[in-house]
Design a protein around this ligand. Structure first.
Ligand SMILES: Nc1nc2c(ncn2[C@@H]2O[C@H](COP(=O)(O)OP(=O)(O)OP(=O)(O)O)[C@@H](O)[C@H]2O)c(=O)[nH]1
Ligand SMILES: [Mg+2]
Length: 366
């Protein structure tokens, strides 16, 4: 029989380089200028809602580049579909921050923009099993875009020293005039090659499927016919393990096993399956399991009837033992008779007032 499993597979875009930045920074314009993809470009935020994937050729190096939808402050908390978008960066080994230099009139500037995005990357807890390195710790570059705009070029020159002070390579480009793009694409190619050499196993990592744990029944009881004989078969890792661990020469151990099986519900299940005292019960496989003639534990009476465990007769089953089953049944019957007699004696004593049954009903206490 096969096993039923539940699997969640998540597809994440995979690219060597992720273009990351505020909406309208020019990410789609850049991927269009550097590769053959032609994504939608517009002057309103969140034009891109699904990443576009492009192939860049720089000399002999081919690598993929993705323009991730724009991020805003609070993206790591889900703002502006932040989770959705940050997820796409997870399987990119190099992060290129695209900063808009044509923002002079607004309340934004490249330095502040970078800080915001960096904070979001730091706050985003990626799926370590898939991505390995936290986003904020991946190799990063700064791309100052829109230097074709006069104010943009000026602003880029102003902020460059501060950005370089962060230890990140800085490239001034224009997706419109294509200035600086060749240099940028070769620089990215070199970074990608370094990453590929450093982590060759990343893409080839084996796919691990973790089946969701199912709350399965700890055992099954089935009524089977074995060689013309009706046998109640108990299967289940717990009962089978317990039986294997039991030393059947030790009455205490056998009693303990009986208690555990009863607590697990095996007795009730046997009753339900139609087993009666004396029925043949096999715990484990029919061949090689442990077989015994079933004698239900006497929940209230067991303590009163002598040493713990003497009631339950269990024998390790081996091939060839079946012939003796009739004898064992006979012995069992005799023991049951003896027990019935002992029980009768106890009741007689109780009725005579020698002792009080603590489990008896109130009316019996009178
Ligand atoms: N002058 C100038 N404008 C640019 C440049 N790059 C992009 N733009 C303009 O900036 C606007 C936004 O460009 P997109 O490429 O759509 O920006 P995006 O980063 O992909 O934006 P979202 O998809 O919304 O995140 C468009 O009007 C572009 O024409 C550039 O280098 N120079
Ligand atoms: Mg876009």
């Amino acid at each position: 029989p096969g096993e039923e499993v539940e699997v969640i597979l998540e597809l994440k875009s995979i690219a060597d380089v992720a273009l990351v930045g505020y909406p309208s920074a020019g990410k789609s314009s850049l991927i269009a200028a550097m590769s053959r993809v032609r994504p939608k470009i517009a002057d309103y935020p969140f034009t891109t809602l699904q990443p576009n994937l492009g192939v860049v050729e720089a000399g002999s190096v081919r690598y993929t580049i993705a323009d991730v939808p724009g991020l805003i402050e609070g993206a790591s908390e889900g703002k502006g579909l932040g989770h959705e978008f940050l997820r796409h960066i997870e399987r990119c080994s190099v992060i290129a921050h695209v900063l808009d230099t044509a923002t002079l009139e607004s309340d934004r500037d490249p330095i502040r923009d970078l800080e915001v995005i960096m904070n979001e990357l730091r706050a985003y807890s990626a799926d370590e099993a898939i991505s390995g390195v936290p986003l904020a710790e991946r190799p990063q570059v700064i791309v100052l875009n829109k230097i074709d705009v006069p104010d943009g070029r000026e602003l880029a020159a102003m902020v460059r020293p501060d950005l370089e002070a962060l230890g990140l390579p800085v490239y001034e480009v224009s997706a419109v005039s294509r200035e600086g793009l060749r240099e940028l694409s070769f620089a990215l190619a070199a970074m990608v090659e370094r990453e590929r050499a450093a982590a060759p196993a990343l893409e080839k990592a084996p796919i691990v499927l973790r089946p969701k744990a199912v709350d399965e029944s700890p055992f099954t009881v089935s009524r089977v016919t074995d060689g013309g004989e009706v046998v109640y078969q108990v299967r289940g890792s717990k009962p089978e393990r317990w039986v294997k661990q039991t030393d059947f020469r030790n009455d205490e151990a056998v009693g303990y096993l009986a208690d555990r099986l009863a607590a697990l519900g095996v007795e009730d299940a046997l009753f339900e399956a139609g087993a009666v005292p004396g029925s043949v019960v096999v715990v484990g496989p029919l061949d090689g399991g442990v077989v015994f003639d079933w004698e239900p534990t006497m929940t209230a009476g067991a303590e009163l009837l002598g040493r713990r465990g003497t009631d339950l007769r269990i024998e390790e089953y081996e091939r060839g033992h079946r012939a003796t089953r009739a004898e064992r049944r006979q012995a069992f019957k005799e023991r049951m008779d003896a027990k019935a007699a002992a029980r009768q004696e106890l009741w007689t004593e109780r009725d005579a007032g020698h002792w009080i049954d603590p489990s008896a009903d109130d009316e019996d206490m009178e």
